[in-house]
Structures are given as C-alpha cells and as structure tokens.
Design a protein around this ligand. Structure first.
Ligand code: MRU
Length: 346
C-alpha cells in the first residue's frame, strides 16, 4: 500500500516531513496555518497534487478559529487566508486550483451560518484529498498501457505517493504496471539541487519493490546513447493550454535528449495541473529558490563564498517534445491545443 503522505487527522494536518527522508520517516502534526505554510515553502510537503491538498487543508486551519458573525466578515478572513497560502510556492497550479475550489465552495454556501460553512469547507478539503487518490489510480491505468515487458524507463524528481495523496502520477504508472505483472526497470535521476530523485523516488520505489537504479542527472545522455532507456515518464507542476509543461528543473534537458535519441517522452498529470487560462509555457511563473540549495548539500558548503547562483526550481518543456500526456480522462496526443480542450474541457 502506498505511503500516506498527507491526511486530515483529529482536527490537524498530518504530513510526512520529506526533508528528513530517507534517513527518518517522521510525521508533522499541525493545526497552525503558519506552520503549514512553512512546510510547503521548505518542501516538507511537496509535489504539485500534494501541495494542492495541503492548501485545501490550510484553508480549514486558517478559518477554523474565525469569530466572524456574518458571511461578509468571514469572506474577508477567508480571502486573506487564501492569499497567504498562495504566497508559499508559485509554480504548481494545483495549489491555486484547490484554493479556488475552497473559495467557490464558501461563496456557494454564503447564505448558511458561518459555523455551517466551516464544516462544509472541511468536507470539501477531504473530498479534494480523496479525489486525488482516485485520480491517481485512473491515470495509472491509462499510463500502464504504455509500459511493455522489459522496458527500461527513466524518471526525474519524485512524482509518486510522496507527491500526491494517492500513489502518484508518473510513479503511479509504474505501480500499476507492476500490479499487472509487467517486468521493467526504472532509472531515477537524482535531481539536484534538492535530490528528490535520490532521497524520495529511490526510497519510495524500493519500498514498493520496483526495480530501481539511481543515476546522477548528468548520466542520462550516456544511458540514452547506449540505448539503455526505452521511455521517459515525468510529472508536471503546470501545463499550459498548448501542452507546454513546467516540471522539476532538468525535465527539459531530458526531453531534448529523448527527442534527439528518438525515445518516447510522457507527462503524467491530472486535470488539476492544467492551466487553461494561459496559452503557452512562457506565462508559467517559475519559482526561484534560495541560493543555499545550490551552494550547500545537507548543510555542508560545497561552493566558494560569494559565488553567484542561479536556482530556478522548474523548467518548461515545449509541447513539441512530448509524445503524449497521460491524464485521468485518457492519453492526450498532439495536436495538444485541440486535444487537451476536447479531453478535459468537455
Ligand atoms: O519542488 P518539488 O519537489 O515540489 O517539485 C515536484 C515536481 O517537480 C514533480 O515532478 C511534480 O510536482 C509532479 S508530482 C506528481
């Protein structure tokens, strides 16, 4: 069974502190919205769908002590809470999608007493959590069709159970293929600077007994040139209406390499990762993170003092490099502009 990454338990959010993995499996329990904001910011909880779920639970934490006497007062507090949570990380659209759901739920129920609206918001957050679990399964069933016996597949970052409330997006495809009895192996890119591939994906796949080999990011080209990779599967943080896809920094490198070596390149993502309001990847906000993440590894400095640092957390892969996008509604192929609309906006 997939590890439980995030959950609502006894009026608190329970989440794995992913910064401690794989050395320690420790849960954080919090009823404090500021603590949750910090957990999102510092990647204690991370991965686009999991950040969305955390945001929904964060809204519940933020309004639960509200003393508002009417909807007008309550709405003012709610909008502040939503703005605050939205300031944690800018790229994964799932966060803003979940916050929008929570806001719309409150406004739809504005005629009800504030106490009642609070209960409805908790129910809505749990529904977002539960639906994410089911969506992972649906995506995985479509995605597993793309995996053949003896495939050697490559992935980056962590798009698994640790990135969702279910069993993952790209890694969910691997779990489903394994359940179907397929034999294959996975190369996990370590994913500098924060090593989500080495720390999280390798740990998660080993725990689920999936055959995994860890590589440094700069080893992918040589593997592909030696014909040791059959397919690439990655997750996504935001997909524009034309299919351009933001995902962990280094994903674009892999897409260019896969294209050069004629290796299929698949993105696995739920509908909540699509941003239908933006036409192309040029409009996706890219999070810039603390230079310390590049100059230090596990608190130990590895670069000279004073060196200039460039540290974007994500890059954008143009849709022309994608073979297909796997969603809970099916596998979307080019032409993306039209096919994304048909598959997801019907
Ligand atoms: O910075 P992170 O660890 O939150 O980045 C996560 C990724 O880039 C994942 O690939 C993406 O969120 C998809 S997770 C199902």
């Amino acid at each position: 069974m997939a590890i439980e990454t995030i959950k609502w338990e006894k009026a608190k959010v329970k989440l794995i502190d992913q910064t401690l993995l794989p050395l320690k499996l420790k849960y954080i329990y919090t009823a404090d919205i500021m603590r949750l904001w910090q957990a999102i910011k510092t990647l204690q909880v991370r991965g686009a769908p999991a950040i969305g779920v955390a945001g929904a639970f964060g809204v519940v934490l933020g309004i639960q002590k509200s003393k508002a006497k009417n909807f007008k007062q309550f709405a003012k507090e709610l909008l502040e809470v939503i703005k605050y949570l939205g300031s944690s990380r800018p790229t994964a659209i799932n966060l803003f999608w979940a916050l929008e759901w929570m806001k719309n739920t409150a406004f739809k129920n504005r005629a009800k007493p504030v106490g009642e609206i609070k209960k409805i918001l908790l129910k809505q957050a749990i529904k977002i959590w539960d639906e994410d679990r089911q969506i992972c399964r649906r995506m995985a069933k479509y995605g597993a069709r793309l995996i053949k016996n003896n495939d050697r597949v490559l992935t980056i970052c962590n798009a698994g159970a640790l990135a969702t409330s279910g069993f993952g997006t790209a890694l969910g495809v691997f779990y489903q293929a394994k359940n179907e009895g397929k034999k294959f192996m996975v190369y996990a890119c370590e994913t500098r600077p924060l090593l989500q591939g080495a720390r999280l994906t390798a740990w998660e796949l080993m725990r689920e007994k999936v055959d995994v080999t860890l590589i440094c990011d700069n080893m992918a080209a040589s593997l592909m040139e030696r014909k040791l990779v059959d397919k690439v599967f990655v997750g996504a943080d935001r997909i524009a209406a034309n299919g351009d896809t933001a995902n962990k920094i280094g994903t674009y490198n892999l897409a260019v390499l896969a294209n050069y070596h004629k290796i299929p390149f698949y993105v696995v993502a739920p509908k909540s990762t699509f941003d239908f309001k933006i036409k192309s990847g040029k409009e996706i906000p890219i999070e810039q993170r603390n230079p310390d993440e590049v100059t230090s590894v596990f608190g130990k400095r590895i670069a000279p003092l004073g060196v200039k640092i460039y540290n974007p957390a994500f890059d954008v892969t143009p849709h022309s490099l994608l073979t297909a996008i796997v969603t809970e509604k099916g596998i979307i192929k080019p032409a993306y502009q039209k096919n994304i609309k048909n598959a997801l906006c019907g």
